[in-house]
Design a protein around this ligand. Structure first.
Ligand code: AMP
Length: 129
């Protein structure tokens, strides 16, 4: 069965997309640790990051860096944190999270955004790419 992220890639379910090319997509995390929390995902559906072929792995890092630089321009923060977990969604993704304190990278503290705020932040990041 297609992962929830493949459904986003195929536009079967909605997401706040901030960047996309032939091989990768970036969209806002639906349950963010911080405003601007973004997921970078290879379109190829693979469960675990270190099972990616080397070209896709390196491409994901390059794509994530590009998105992280746009995120840093958009969201005032100390730095952009990067994390790979994958315990909830078995389709490789890199979390990019604007950080001001250690707690921001812990997946306990969540923030609420309205639909308008999600749309606004996705647009602002994509304009800074
Ligand atoms: P993990 O697999 O543990 O790295 O976590 C999966 C992440 O995907 C969580 O931070 C979720 O909030 C996020 N997530 C799950 N479903 C969606 C969705 N439909 N759109 C955006 N983010 C999602």
């Amino acid at each position: 069965m297609a992962s929830i992220f493949t459904k986003i890639i195929n536009r079967e379910i909605p997401a706040n997309i901030v960047a996309e090319d032939d091989n990768f997509i970036a969209f806002l995390d639906i349950n963010p640790n911080a405003k601007g929390h973004t997921l970078c995902v290879p379109k190829k559906e693979v469960n675990k990051i270190f099972d990616l072929d080397e070209e896709t792995y390196n491409g994901l890092m390059t794509f994530s860096r590009k998105v992280a630089l746009a995120l840093r321009k958009t969201i005032p923060c100390e730095r952009i944190g990067m994390s790979v977990i994958g315990l909830e969604v078995p389709h490789v993704h890199v979390h990019l999270i604007p950080l001001n304190r250690m707690a921001d990278i812990q997946f306990k503290k969540k923030i609420s955004l309205t639909n308008e705020e999600f749309e606004e932040v996705a647009k602002a990041i994509s304009e800074n790419l």
